[in-house]
Design a protein around this ligand. Structure first.
Ligand code: ZN
Length: 341
């Protein structure tokens, strides 16, 4: 049956125990050298299969080849000193992290994600999506001793992100998504220059482009932060009108179990909206009925032609069996709604 709207994941999926430590945000690899390259490839193929079997329409690589959603990209960037780690509060001091330092002009050492992107494009016939960290989120995860200006450094990253994004498009990727959790923390800066930096990152792309804005992984620091955000989370309200006017095609947002007022989704009129109908912070899989109810409520604000049922955020730190159950619930819930419509 043709679907009225597709299903997709935000980006990351858990890594198998033979690839890396499980249920960790910064998992240590369990292999090295050629064995690590093989294990990354096998894990990517496995999750392509799991996503297809669950019934998802848009398939990703599950970020199996990167240790962390930002640092996976940074590893291939010249101008960053990884030995020079600085303790820094990131996301407006929500987390304390040891971050590397930018010490010179930024340049790509070569392709970053060619292997996994080509693997993805070659092994599914469904639409493919690939994620990259957004420029504002990258500069919020690094110390700077070279540019002396956050905006200037963000645009330098946007330029090299663009280089990799164009290559991903040539690899056969259909949707390129930039992850910008920082947009939910620095709303004024997101409007002042964050979206412009994204425009630089998507320059020349003819594939579909997307931005993911969330309240973070289901880890304790985020759960605590969200407790203090009040009865209504209105961060999106500042950024969505600017995104609606932007050249980005799709916007990914949190919905289920969040305190985001549903009507804020209407601020994205004209954009494809990836609505989070799977909670990445809960240890229970949603039922298909619960997913269907969340979709039906969101369809009051987003028309089916612009609707994509998605997860709230990445699932990297989750148990793999739970992530699989959640993928199946996502597709089953979407199927229920499509049948009833
Ligand atoms: Zn996220």
């Amino acid at each position: 049956m043709p679907r009225l709207f597709p299903t997709a994941i935000a980006g990351s999926l858990p890594k198998p125990a033979w690839l890396a430590e499980t249920e960790s945000l910064w998992p240590a690899w369990k292999q090295e050298g050629a064995a690590l390259a093989d294990a990354k490839r096998d894990a990517t193929l496995l999750w392509i299969k799991h996503q297809e079997d669950a019934g998802l329409d848009i398939i990703g690589d599950g970020e199996q080849s990167r240790q962390h959603f930002v640092h996976g990209f940074l590893e291939k960037v010249e101008g960053i000193d990884f030995e020079r780690k600085v303790r820094m509060g990131i996301r407006d001091n929500r987390y304390d992290a040891m971050v590397p330092t930018v010490t010179g002009p930024l340049r790509l050492k070569g392709r970053v994600h060619a292997t996994e992107a080509r693997l993805l494009a070659a092994h599914t016939r469904r639409r493919t999506k690939f994620t990259l960290p957004g420029p504002m989120t990258i500069v919020d995860t690094l110390a700077d001793e070279h540019y002396g200006d956050r905006v200037k450094m963000a645009f330098a990253f946007a330029e090299i992100l663009n280089q990799e994004a164009r290559a991903l498009q040539d690899d056969g990727i259909d949707i390129i998504q930039f992850d910008e959790p920082a947009f939910n923390v620095y709303m004024d800066q997101a409007v002042a220059w964050g979206i412009d930096a994204l425009h630089r990152a998507i320059e020349g792309l003819t594939c579909t482009t997307a931005v993911h804005i969330c309240y973070g992984y289901g880890i304790q620091a985020n759960i605590d932060w969200k407790q203090g955000l009040g009865a209504e989370w209105r961060q999106y309200e500042k950024v969505f009108p600017a995104l609606a006017a932007s050249r980005i095609d799709q916007v990914s947002l949190e919905c289920i179990h969040s305190r985001v007022p549903a009507e804020l989704m209407a601020l994205l009129a004209g954009k494809d909206v990836m609505v989070g109908v799977i909670d990445v912070a809960s240890t229970q899989a949603e039922s298909a009925d619960e997913v269907a109810a969340t979709i039906e409520a969101a369809l009051r604000y987003v028309p089916p032609a612009h609707f994509i049922a998605c997860t709230n955020c990445g699932m990297a730190p989750m148990a793999a069996h739970l992530a699989q159950r959640k993928l199946r619930a996502l597709a089953a819930g979407a199927r229920l709604v499509c049948q009833s419509l």
